[in-house]
Design a protein around this ligand. Structure first.
Ligand SMILES: [Ca+2]
Ligand SMILES: [Ca+2]
Ligand SMILES: [Ca+2]
Length: 145
């Protein structure tokens, strides 16, 4: 997977995690989504906490509870629909829980810059900035070409 795609899917996760946990639409400030993910309120987000939040989204969509998401199950959600092929790593037409968790782990590692197994607010913010910078550069490059 190239870096651009990777950063994009990561940004989607971060935004979706924030949106899912905030009461007001559009209120997706960093502090809010971080608090939602930081289940034990120890000030950092562990891999277990991130996967728990992601798995909740997975199980909400898994209508027949077979631990796999079909295209039909994800069809009503634009975010999942657009990412389906990327998440279905073995291209069998289903996103398995294992495939989904593998992606989650990759994302966690990308944000956890110092590799201590915890995402701090600082690392989360640094990552958000990196994603934003990347998109701004992309936009500029597109405009000037
Ligand atoms: Ca925590
Ligand atoms: Ca699959
Ligand atoms: Ca860390």
């Amino acid at each position: 997977m190239n870096l651009k795609k990777h950063l994009y899917t990561l940004a989607c996760t971060v935004v979706a995690a924030g949106a899912a946990g905030t009461a007001q639409a559009g209120d997706t400030t960093q502090a809010n989504w971080f608090k939602v993910l930081d289940w034990d309120a120890d000030g950092s987000v562990s891999l277990v906490e991130l996967q728990a939040a992601r798995n909740t989204r997975f199980f909400n969509l898994d209508g027949n509870k077979d631990y796999r998401l079909s295209r039909q199950e994800t069809s009503r959600n634009a975010d999942w629909k657009s990412r389906f092929d990327r998440l279905d790593a073995n291209e069998d037409g289903h996103i398995s829980l294992a495939e989904f968790e593998t992606k989650g782990r990759t994302r966690f590692q990308a944000i956890d810059e110092n590799r201590d197994g915890q995402i701090t607010p600082h690392e989360a913010l640094a990552f958000q900035r990196k994603v934003r910078r990347h998109w701004e550069q992309n936009l500029k490059a597109r405009k000037s070409s």
